[in-house]
Design a binder for this molecule. Structure first.
Ligand SMILES: Nc1nc2c(c(=O)[nH]1)N[C@H]1C(S)=C(S)[C@@H](COP(=O)(O)OP(=O)(O)OC[C@H]3O[C@@H](n4cnc5c(=O)[nH]c(N)nc54)[C@H](O)[C@@H]3O)O[C@H]1N2
Ligand SMILES: Nc1nc2c(c(=O)[nH]1)N[C@H]1C(S)=C(S)[C@@H](COP(=O)(O)OP(=O)(O)OC[C@H]3O[C@@H](n4cnc5c(=O)[nH]c(N)nc54)[C@H](O)[C@@H]3O)O[C@H]1N2
Ligand code: SF4
Ligand SMILES: [Mo]
Length: 726
């Protein structure tokens, strides 16, 4: 049987693994790790290995769908785009541009089209109601780095392959494979760390796989990490263990802030023993090199931004910031157009109903339902949702489930009819992964080595399919008033020309003498995003091009990370701000919260190896077994409350009946439920057979991290009661 072999980057999670695919007439027969990829070296996880099954899912949509009442029918692309034009234009003409909301979901951080069209689409829509997965994920990191370094994208990653000491707080990379830290084969990298005599410590309310692997696991009461970090900072000052080798400002203020957070005081609120806090400070200071790394456990929490700030601060105080073995900045092959050099600030506008500040051009997802439900000028009446499943992903998702039917118009770009897209008027499905070129514009910004790899489209589109690039370009043209028939190439030219003009004409631009017309004419690529990539590579620091990347199908290693903070700092003072007033102002709120009574039970999340947020539950090999939607409860709590197979969990926003899984992997007083489930009655047949419950029934959209507006998924107060069947 004639088969073909192809290589590409896995687009599912943040680990950017290289894959080797064997295909037969476009159908994926097998997937293995790409041994020749210099970064992932053959590593693959069960999700990557299932890529053929995932993209071959018979429930995936191939052609546009239009809803008439509660019935769906297939439609031609022309009809679907005309319907979008009519729907959006009517809302804009009647209610103005702010009446259109747009949501960019998690996969838009992975796709080339998501990267290219996201900003231009938001600009052309010219609405205040821009939302994205950032505010249910990493917005606290952008805000803290924005205030500390001036650059909201100055995200330092642990230098995993050289560090001697890794403190992991609220991340579980052995199951999530890393996040804001692209490091294929995290397990091998952690093993190598241990083998060279290094130490790994995990701080987590659960004994995760990562915690189990670590030298030490310190259980912590959810939501108290900022206290722990202040305790470490307190000790560093008290014992004269600081060794700051950067140009910083705010050391005295920081020292004063940390004064009250003695290890003994922090023990009381966090449950981490005082001597362990002192030991962490001493070890971080004494290790030849050390890195503190944190993610979702502290970012989607009530003090998300303050915690991200304190993590970078500990790395700075121990002399581990921007140096080999500490935390460092990647230098990407594609020109870093996201570093604008503009002064950082939040709150250029505020949300209409709750007055929450804008950050990086967007408003918090936690207030989208308010904006849809609350009448008045600027009410959201139409929604464009690209690669998102907010009913399962947003805090109090069920409220959105009730709010979305009230919209005048909704269009989704999504391969599935699911809990969210079922409310749309039109669904525009992108083609399969192997029919899509791939380049990780965003994930490679946070890679633990400088590395680049382009994956060309493997299988051509059929006549009745459209690339995601074309879909988004046409939405952009419709939003800009050019109509459903406009040529998508015009949108591409506009974006790429705008980019080149912007880059070359910026004050002090190193590209001032670049001949834009010649560069533009010489770009290669089969699509807008490919030509944009070619431009960014040609202007990038390694002098590469798309042709060069095509000639290296397994990727190119561009070497270990090198110090580069000096070129990134854009604070008005030119210094690293250790005590930015905006962040310091939130410490009072922290103090009060830590002094308050803890809830009886605190709910936290849990990522599962064979899931990815809300959309992989329709692939048979990935569901069942350990991948089930259960509530982890400590056996002592199970006994104390007399819980049986199921429990009723109640929060301020809702209640759920959930199967109980007693496990001593979770500390008493804390319960854990994975998100992304809740597929009752889903059109996805496998998912409907393993529905689980929607964890975001319990999370409270009225609570956000004050500085970033980020949703709070961890540390949600709940009560538990036995559930009697019938
Ligand atoms: N309780 C709780 N809630 C959480 C979290 C938590 O830890 N706890 N985590 C949060 C985090 S970190 C995130 S990132 C969000 C994610 O939340 P969302 O942004 O909603 O992303 P997903 O749940 O991954 O849903 C992705 C959608 O995109 C579709 N899709 C898949 N591939 C493609 C593609 O190539 N193109 C297009 N157009 N669509 C595609 C899928 O069918 C699915 O509908 O969830 C958040 N929600
Ligand atoms: N298999 C799989 N991989 C994924 C995903 C997935 O759904 N499944 N999602 C992807 C996405 S969108 C993201 S953003 C990343 C996230 O990547 P990670 O952040 O590594 O993933 P989580 O498993 O959410 O890890 C958060 C950890 O924080 C702990 N935690 C909860 N509350 C607290 C707290 O208050 N303090 C502390 N110290 N810890 C706490 C949880 O127990 C959990 O172990 O993963 C990505 N990779
Ligand atoms: S770890 Fe992530 S990138 Fe690697 S194969 Fe698995 S899903 Fe794909
Ligand atoms: Mo995420």
């Amino acid at each position: 049987m004639p088969t073909t072999t192809a290589h590409r980057t896995c687009p599912i999670c943040d680990a950017v693994c290289g894959l080797r695919l064997v295909l037969d007439e476009g159908r994926v027969l097998s997937v293995t790790g790409d041994q020749e990829d210099p970064f992932s070296k053959g590593y693959i996880c069960p999700k990557g290995a299932s890529l053929g099954k995932i993209e071959g899912d018979p429930d995936r949509l191939r052609v546009p769908m239009i809803r008439e009442g509660d019935r769906w029918r297939e439609a031609s692309w022309d009809e679907a785009f005309r319907r979008v034009e009519t729907g959006l234009t009517k809302v804009i003409e009647t209610h103005g541009r702010d009446a259109v909301g747009v949501y960019f979901g998690n996969p838009t951080y992975h796709t080339m089209a998501g990267f290219m069209y996201r900003q231009p689409l938001a600009q052309v829509l010219n609405t205040r109601n821009v939302y994205s997965a950032s505010t249910i994920d990493q917005q606290p990191k952008h805000v803290s780095t924005g205030f500390m370094f001036g650059d909201p994208y100055a995200i330092a990653v642990p230098d995993l392959d050289r560090t001697d000491y890794l403190l992991i707080i609220g991340a579980n990379p052995l199951e999530s494979h890393g996040s804001l830290c692209a490091a294929p084969d995290f397990p091998r990298r952690l093993k190598a760390l241990r083998r060279r005599g290094g130490t790994v410590v995990a701080v987590d309310p659960r004994r995760t796989r990562t915690a189990e692997f670590a030298d030490r696991h310190l259980p912590i009461r959810p939501g108290t990490d900022a206290g722990l970090l202040f305790g470490i900072i307190h000790t560093l000052f008290a014992e004269n263990l600081t060794s700051v080798d950067l140009d910083v400002r705010g050391l005295p203020e920081l020292r004063e802030l940390a004064e009250e957070f003695t290890p003994e005081a922090v023990e009381v609120v966090s449950g981490v023993p005082a001597d362990e806090i002192v030991r962490l400070a001493r070890e971080l200071a004494a290790a030849p090199t050390a890195a503190v790394y944190t993610r979702i456990g502290t970012s989607t929490a009530e003090f998300g931004t303050v915690t991200q700030w304190l993590v970078d601060t500990v790395n700075i105080l121990t002399g581990n910031f921007d140096r080999p073995g500490g935390v460092m900045f990647t230098r990407t092959a594609a020109l870093e157009i996201f570093r604008t050099g503009q002064p950082f600030g939040t709150g250029r506008w505020h949300s209409r109903v709750r007055g929450l500040p804008e950050t990086l051009g967007e408003l918090p997802v936690a207030t989208l339902a308010d904006e849809i439900e609350t009448e008045g000028e600027g009410q959201v009446r139409a929604l464009i949702s690209i690669a998102g499943n907010l009913v399962l992903s947003a805090p109090n998702g069920p409220r959105l489930d009730r709010a979305l039917p009230g919209l005048d118009f909704m269009v989704c770009v999504d391969p599935y009819l699911n809990e969210t897209t079922k409310h749309a008027d039109v669904i525009l499905p992108p083609p399969r992964m192997t029919q899509t070129p791939h380049y990780d514009f965003l994930l490679l910004i946070v890679a633990v080595r400088n590395y680049t790899r382009f994956s060309p489209q493997i299988t051509p589109l059929d006549d009745d399919q459209r690339s995601e690039a074309e879909i988004l370009a046409r939405l952009l043209l419709i939003a800009g008033g050019h109509g459903a028939e406009a040529d998508p190439a015009a949108a591409d030219a506009m974006i790429i020309d705008g980019l080149l003009q912007g880059v070359t004409s910026a004050p002090g631009s190193p590209f001032a003498d670049v001949d834009v017309a010649a560069l533009s004419a010489g770009l290669t690529g089969d699509s807008g995003p490919e030509r944009m990539l070619d431009a960014m590579l040609k202007l990038g620091p390694y002098d590469l091009s798309l042709a060069e990347l095509r000639a290296h199908p397994h990727g190119i290693d561009l070497g270990p990370l090198e110090p580069r903070l000096k070129e990134l700092i854009t604070t008005p003072s030119g210094l690293v701000e250790l005590a930015p007033p905006e962040l310091v102002a939130d410490v009072d709120r922290l103090r009060r919260a830590l002094a308050g009574p803890p809830g009886e039970f605190l709910l936290i999340g849990r990522r599962q190896l064979r899931s990815n947020n809300s959309w992989l539950h329709n692939t048979a090999p990935l569901v069942g077994g350990s991948n089930r939607c259960t509530l982890h409860v400590n056996p002592a709590d199970v006994a104390r409350l007399g819980l049986g197979d199921k429990a009723i969990v109640r929060s301020a926003t809702g209640e759920l009946v959930v199967p109980v899984e007693p496990t001593d992997r979770i500390m008493p007083g804390v319960v854990s439920l994975p998100h992304g489930w809740g597929h009752q009655g889903s059109a996805q047949r496998v998912a409907a057979d393993h529905p689980g419950v929607n964890a975001n029934t319990l999370t409270d959209e009225s609570k956000v991290d004050a500085l970033s507006g980020n949703a709070v998924f961890n540390g949600v107060p709940v009560t538990l009661a036995p559930y009697a069947e019938g």
